[in-house]
Design a protein around this ligand. Sequence first.
Ligand SMILES: *[C@@H]1O[C@H](CO)[C@@H](O)[C@H](O)[C@H]1NC(C)=O
Length: 110
Amino acid sequence: MYAIAKVIIALGAFIAPSVAFSGDMTYYAPGLGACGLTNTESEAVVAMSPSQDGNCGRTINISYNGKTASATVVDKCPGCAGDSIDVSPAVFEQLESLDAGRVQVTWEYA
Ligand SMILES: *[C@@H]1O[C@H](CO)[C@@H](O)[C@H](O)[C@H]1NC(C)=O
């Protein structure tokens, strides 16, 4: 019984698609973040909405317009609604010109 449950759980973890989130992506000037790290605009970092609290240090992959960029969670974004994210300019620029300011993206934990 126990062994069968373990097999089912292992199988589920293997076949379950990774959860993708979607929301707006904006950019900010990183500094001392809620995770206790100090980061700069040239580092690939992201601040997460309150719905994604407690994920300091995890990496996310952001998809936009056929492109992908990775960023490490270093801060909170209290003003981010839903699953929106606030990234460093270095990340934003990999996907879209900073002039755009705000674009809709999908992202997932790497
Ligand atoms: C995230 O991106 C990295 C680097 O491109 C890649 O190796 C990894 O497989 C991606 N993870 C997911 C869940 O897509």
